[in-house]
Design a protein around this ligand. Structure first.
Ligand code: 13P
Length: 248
């Protein structure tokens, strides 16, 4: 089945009002590539100004709380980021799993809450370097998917991102064969959970994607786009990835 490619940026804890000008070039590149989807997840404080500045570009959050409201000091709900202009959120990013000790169950609850609030979701999974070296990557990713993908996931609102932690921010990437194998495993796992709807769910690759390697990675079967950290921070680095996806 043909799935539209999605190139999503993740600014992490980077950026300021001044750097929103980078999104002008990203939005222009997205307009030049009507056959694919482009999105950027930004820190909470930049969602509203980004959404106002580039209304044609999908702006998202990097996380949401699983509750609708309540006594959760310092947290932000899905409805809040939606009101600020977000159309999607990330959930279960490996940095939140590592730094905030979030579990796959937490990622599930956040994804479900975001969907209830009307947001799209990019849910992240991926093994650590130790798990990779121990030959456990497949089982870890299958288990993360099992525990974090909501039962009602479908391609309209749900996207999976496979991000091996050892490839994030390191300049190292798996081989194309390894990426293809893991994406096929991920889709097969999704199919055991949500049946035929798995065919329409996009599975992004993330981890040290650049303008140089994007073309080859995006040509791999079952790779439906990229989740990009460092190279999404400037238009100069992000636009070539958008162009590679448009050509893939
Ligand atoms: P890098 O592209 O900087 O490796 O980050 C990937 C990532 O974590 C995106 O969510």
């Amino acid at each position: 089945m043909a799935r539209r490619k999605l190139v999503a940026g993740n600014w992490k804890m980077h950026g300021s009002l001044g750097s929103l000008s980078e999104l002008d070039g990203v939005a222009a590149a997205a307009r030049q590539a009507p056959g694919i989807d482009v999105a950027v997840a930004v820190p909470f404080t930049l969602i509203a100004p980004a959404a106002l500045r580039v209304p044609g570009l999908a702006i998202g959050a990097e996380d949401v709380h699983e509750a609708e409201r309540g006594a959760h000091t310092g947290c932000v709900s899905a409805a809040m980021v939606k009101e600020a202009g977000a159309t999607f959120t990330l959930a279960g990013h490996s940095e939140r799993r590592a730094d905030q000790h979030e579990t796959s169950h937490d990622a599930w609850a956040k994804a479900a809450a975001a969907h209830r609030a009307g947001l799209r979701v990019i849910l992240c999974c991926g093994e650590t370097e130790a798990e990779h070296n121990a030959g456990r990557a497949e089982r870890v990713v299958q288990s993360q998917i099992e525990k974090s993908v909501p039962d009602d996931a479908d391609g309209d609102w749900f996207t999976l991102a496979y991000e091996p932690r050892w490839a994030i921010g390191t300049g190292r990437t798996p081989t194309l064969e390894q990426i293809g194998a893991m994406h096929a495993i991920a889709r097969a796992k999704l199919a055991t959970m949500i049946g035929d709807r798995a065919q329409a769910v996009r599975i992004l690759y993330g981890g040290s994607v650049t303008g140089d390697n994007a073309g080859a990675i995006l040509a791999v079967e079952h790779v439906d786009g990229a989740l990009v950290g460092g190279a999404s921070l400037t238009a100069a680095k992000f636009v070539p990835i958008i162009a590679a996806a448009a050509d893939a």
